[in-house]
Design a protein around this ligand. Structure first.
Ligand code: AMP
Ligand code: MG
Length: 331
């Protein structure tokens, strides 16, 4: 099993030394827990792929301590600097042309690199002490639900890694927004997150393009097999575009769990769950992965989960739910 370290000054200094020496450390971030290695050390980064079972064609996000490090790994443009000043430290990842110092293993051979400055105070201290950029994907076996506590990391990767830094539960709970700034025709959102499309548009003063192909809103068009399955619990999920009705719950079996966004009125039972007392989206986002993991342990035959609405953070929540789900119902 791996060791879970508290963020004392002594522990942070030791973990920073280990990172500089090429070891892996699981780290808390404001989005989800990451599995970090020195981003400039190819053999160290190769171990990330091995520990996660992540395919080599899936590039890693590089985390920086300060804007001064950006030019070491990437070629920023005017849009990147505007966004960095507004949203960093924070949950926005920018894809930019890379510098030669970044090894191919980190970028999956692409001429671009994904970068961000995270805001979690312990991760920031570790980045400062390590003095190198840290590559870190989510600290879970590839394809499973991302971890939002040190215990989640332990249960998924405990046999594969030696060190976990405990920074408490993640404040946001969903992976970062990813914005592609390579195309001179304009930015494109690759993954929705807590920094929303409209916030980015406001800073840049223009519209940005959404993710390619996958229908973000057209839930009804989605069929099993059409989705890039990811962030998936083992239990099959059915998503509901409308509020789940009391009748639906009453007609269902005890073997199904029902997950509401807000505490439901007039339904109760051991198979009834909600993500936030009032359905507030930041609370829903923060608890989503934790609840999916908990329910996965309980042996339900199926999870019924309500989709969020309203754009912004709801887009990020629904993106993760759509990837986790097998079928969509209740249209
Ligand atoms: P994560 O799965 O949270 O580690 O996020 C990594 C994702 O960021 C990848 O699956 C890509 O979608 C995107 N990404 C990372 N690096 C690059 C890159 N060099 N070029 C384009 N997209 C990237
Ligand atoms: Mg991941």
């Amino acid at each position: 099993m791996s060791r879970i370290h508290r963020g004392t000054p002594r522990n942070l200094a030791r973990l920073a030394r280990l990172l500089r020496a090429g070891e892996l450390v699981a780290v808390p971030t404001e989005t989800v827990y990451g599995l970090a290695a020195n981003a400039l050390d190819a053999p160290a980064c190769r171990q990330i792929f091995a520990a996660k079972g992540r395919p080599a064609h899936d590039p890693l996000i590089v985390h920086l301590h300060s804007l001064a490090q950006l030019a070491d790994v990437a070629e920023p443009n005017a849009d990147a600097l505007k966004l960095a000043r507004k949203f960093w430290p924070g949950p926005l990842t920018l894809v930019l042309p890379k510098k030669p110092a970044v090894p191919d293993i980190v970028t999956a051979g692409l001429p671009s690199v994904a970068v961000r400055i995270p805001s979690h105070p312990l991760f920031r201290r570790l980045l400062k002490l390590a003095g190198v950029p840290l590559a870190a994907p989510s600290a879970n076996p590839f394809g499973y639900v991302s971890p939002t506590t040190a215990q989640h990391v332990q249960s998924g990767l405990g046999r594969k890694i030696r060190h976990i830094l405990d920074g408490g539960p993640c404040a946001i709970g969903l992976e970062s927004t990813i914005l592609d700034l390579r195309d001179p025709r304009g930015p494109r959102l690759l993954r929705p997150g807590a920094v929303t499309k409209s916030e980015i548009e406001r800073v840049l003063g223009r519209k940005i393009r959404g993710p390619k192909k996958r229908a973000a809103r057209g839930v009804a068009q989605l069929a099993p097999g059409m989705l890039a399955r990811h962030y998936s619990p083992r239990t099959p999920i059915t998503l509901h575009r409308r509020r789940i009705s009391r009748a639906a719950v009453e007609q269902g079996t005890d073997r199904a769990a029902w997950v509401f966004l807000a505490k439901p009125q007039g339904v109760a039972g051991k198979n009834i769950f909600w993500l936030d007392p009032h359905g507030a989206l930041p609370g829903v986002a923060r608890r989503l992965f934790h609840l999916l993991r908990r329910l996965d342990e309980k042996g339900f035959a199926r999870l019924h989960v309500e989709l969020a609405s309203g754009g912004g953070l709801a887009d990020a929540i629904n993106d993760r739910l759509l990837r986790a789900a097998a079928t969509v119902d209740g249209t």
